[in-house]
Design a protein. Structure first.
Length: 229
């Protein structure tokens, strides 16, 4: 009897452990976009940390921590990974928790932004907690239409996407990029967003810490001459 009781108890503990692990391995992020000359541009970042280098470029996102909702995690991650360019307070004002897309344990929200020079994200000196600023970068803006085409290509590759990821045109990559491909999981989410109507219209815009004064095409991507606020 006692042996049966302890065996049942062990099973319950194991089930609880795996259930908790499954919940808190879920992720969330925000697709940040800007409208420039009637073209939608999506903000993407590379992964700096060696253990994540194989992922390539994607939106700003991360793991949902215990006690967080998906939108809370997304806002925290974007504030951290943008090096403080987007404050948590500003994100809370703009991001609508009801407008989201879910895909295989990952939840993505949306936020339109005033244009911000890509180099400002990497060069921000906002004081954030140790280690966070090393997670992402460099940054770039890529037209939404280009990203959705990449998502369609990744869909054709299917399971082969991880071994043969979709490459990003050098036109959009900073000279000091560590990788030149999209994160396959990111592209799968983009495909769903595109199928559901694309990026939503928004009356509110994120206001970055610094606002780029010049939004001509030569400053939209990575080759800006200005590297500070």
């Amino acid at each position: 009897m006692f042996r049966s009781f302890f065996l049942s108890l062990q099973i319950l503990i194991l089930l609880s452990f795996f259930s908790t692990s499954a919940v808190y391995s879920a992720g969330a992020g925000i697709l940040i976009y800007a409208n420039i000359d009637d073209t939608q541009y999506l903000l993407l970042a590379d992964h700096k940390q060696r253990k994540y280098l194989n992922r390539g470029w994607s939106d700003l996102a991360g793991t949902i921590e215990e006690g967080e909702s998906a939108v809370e995690a997304a806002i925290r991650e974007v504030s951290e990974e943008s090096n403080g360019i987007y404050s948590m307070e500003n994100l809370q004002q703009v991001v609508d928790s009801r407008v989201k897309v879910e895909n295989n344990g990952f939840t993505v929200f949306f936020a339109m932004s005033h244009f911000q020079l890509a180099t400002h994200f990497s060069n921000s000196v906002v004081n954030l907690k140790d280690g966070v600023r090393a997670e992402r970068g460099p940054f770039t803006w890529i037209p939404w239409s280009i990203v959705t085409e990449a998502a369609k290509e990744a869909d054709k590759l299917g399971a082969d996407c991880e071994a043969n990821p979709v490459e990003i045109s050098a036109e959009y990559l900073p000279d000091h990029s560590q990788t030149n491909w999209y994160f396959c999981a990111f592209l799968r989410t983009i495909k769903i967003v595109d199928e559901q109507g694309g990026l939503p219209k928004s009356a509110k815009k994120l206001r970055p810490l610094f606002i780029g004064e010049n939004t001509t095409p030569d400053l939209i991507h990575h080759r800006e001459q200005s590297v500070g606020p």
